[in-house]
Design a protein around this ligand. Structure first.
Ligand code: NAP
Length: 480
């Protein structure tokens, strides 16, 4: 497949950046070139914002069912090219093809879902206290929204932000992550072809510090939805505080899976292994801490080691587990493996660059045992296929350990004890809690978001909650 020279999408046109500089996106499996993108300037971002400002009123006035029809057509167009987009996603981000296919299908499903929701957004009627009167609310879009997205779910996350924003009648400026912007272009082409009016969606590539920062600090941006690291999220929070823009920040995780003695150990190994090593461990909800009761600890660690060693590593188009997205992400993971060794954890398996016949950023799935909760490998987000297994003496210690984190995104308990499961739900400090299921994997029609440093905890994403962030409400008192 030939590498493509890409441009920005502004006011309904594919346009060159005013900068002559570009950046190259390479396949993390073999370093082949996937695409060439504009290294856009603050001026490019400002033009995109101006286009959105000009387009917002007409889009807000477009009837909801008509807005939904555009999303529905875009969903169909993306579905038609899903196989190609999935292959591009694997070539660009590295994840295994079945994982990429699932992600593209998720984007299609999200577009269909919010296509229907666009017809529901009207407000609600309430009983007034007076006679000869009516009391109701009117739901309105927020205005111009800035969306800033990470590379690890490079089509699902932009879609789960853009679809509700557009369904609700907002105009959008989107900056995709520089490591994986191609699939956002594919999504944009579908929306363009589906008849989205000019200026309603604008896509600008370039660095976070220039394009991203211009969006987050611009007076015309009414709301910013950001997903990425907690460190950058804090910068976005400070920037938005200056303009008063509404914010939604979804950030890192250090997700625990608690394994109790009543669990079937083989099942627990599958749940933890798939949660830890799926998408090469590069998921915000990846299982990075297995907190295991001492009575089954050894059996569990043995099973998890076998699970890790059975994974076939290689280019995502062929293997079960693809490379990390960039060399610096790989180096970050290898550094943490060194930290784990230095801290005195036991490296049970993995920890090295595997012997794969390709020039990619590969790392072995890695299991550390004898981990203590205060070690850095149990506290800091690694964002690679590394899991820390922590022994605990009882359920209370397990919950305490699970909560011993700056993060609170997703958490799981694996148990056959219903009372323990309910206690876990009550006591865990996380935005998502699962019983007998891996920490990764989300349904699109229920809220998603974290607590503590995983989230601004302002608005949730996805489901009906995903629309709340992009809407505001007016209360109407009508007397006659
Ligand atoms: P990142 O480095 O924080 O980047 C996220 C986005 O922010 C990118 O588009 C980046 O642009 C942009 N950016 C960087 N500096 C900026 C600035 N000063 N102002 C505005 N925007 C800026 O995160 P990442 O490495 O792409 O993604 C991995 C992280 O995302 C992990 O921590 C993971 O846990 C988190 N994540 C969270 C969720 C969730 O829902 N909670 C989901 C997925 C991922 P460039 O690409 O150009 O640097």
């Amino acid at each position: 497949m030939a590498a493509q020279q890409r441009t920005n999408y502004c006011n309904g046109e594919w346009v060159e950046s005013e900068s002559t500089e570009t950046f190259t996106v390479r396949n993390p499996a073999d370093q082949s070139v996937v695409g060439e993108f504009p290294q856009s300037t603050a001026g490019d971002a400002e033009r995109a914002i101006d286009a959105a400002v000009d387009a917002k009123d007409a889009w807000a006035e477009t009837p909801g069912p008509e807005r939904g029809a555009v999303l529905r057509r875009a969903a169909g167009l993306l579905e038609d090219r899903a196989d190609d987009v999935a292959e591009t996603l694997t070539r660009e981000e590295g994840k295994a093809l079945p994982e990429a296919s699932g992600e593209v299908q998720r984007a299609v499903d999200i577009l269909y879902y919010y296509a229907e929701k666009a017809s529901d957004l009207a407000g609600e009627a309430k009983a007034p206290s007076g006679r000869a009167s009516r009391l109701r609310t009117v739901t309105e879009p927020v205005g111009v929204v800035g969306l800033i997205t990470p590379w690890n779910y490079p089509i699902a996350i932009p879609t789960w932000k853009a679809a509700p924003a557009l369904a609700a009648g907002n105009a959008v400026v989107l900056k995709p992550a520089s490591q994986a912007p191609t699939v956002v272009h594919e999504l944009t082409e579908c929306l363009d072809e589906a008849g989205l009016p000019d200026g309603v969606l604008n896509v600008v590539t370039g660095s976070g510090s220039e394009v991203g920062a211009t969006i987050t600090s611009h007076e015309s941006i009414d709301a910013i939805s950001f997903t990425g690291s907690s460190a950058v999220g804090e910068i976005v929070r400070e920037s938005a505080a200056e303009t008063g823009a509404r914010i939604q920040l979804e950030m890192g995780g250090k997700n625990p899976a608690v394994v109790m003695p009543s669990a079937d150990v083989d099942e627990a190994v599958d749940i933890v292994g798939s949660g830890a090593f799926g998408v090469t461990g590069q998921a915000c909800t990846a299982t990075s801490r297995a907190i295991v009761h001492e009575s089954i600890y050894e059996e569990f660690v043995e099973g998890l080691v076998d699970y890790a060693e059975d994974i076939d590593i290689g280019p995502g188009l062929e293997a079960d587990m693809g490379p990390q997205v960039t060399e610096s992400e790989l180096e970050g993971t290898l550094d943490y493996i060194e930290v784990g060794n230095e801290e005195g954890a036991t490296l049970e398996t993995g920890g090295s660059v595997p012997d794969v016949d390709a020039d990619g950023h590969y790392v072995e799935p890695t299991v550390f045992s004898d981990v203590k909760s205060d070690m850095r490998i149990a506290q800091e987000e690694i964002f690679g296929p590394v899991v820390a297994v922590i022994p605990v003496a009882d359920f209370e210690e397990a919950v305490e350990t699970a909560n011993d984190s700056q993060y609170g995104l997703s958490a799981s308990v694996i148990t056959d004890d219903l009372s323990q499961a309910n206690h876990f739900v009550d006591e865990i400090d996380a935005g998502v809690v699962k019983i007998n299921e891996k920490t990764t994997g989300l349904e699109l029609h229920v809220p998603f978001g974290g607590t503590k440093n995983s989230s601004s905890e302002t608005w949730r994403e996805q489901g009906d909650a995903g629309l709340d962030f992009f809407t505001t409400s007016k209360t109407v008192y009508l007397n006659y």
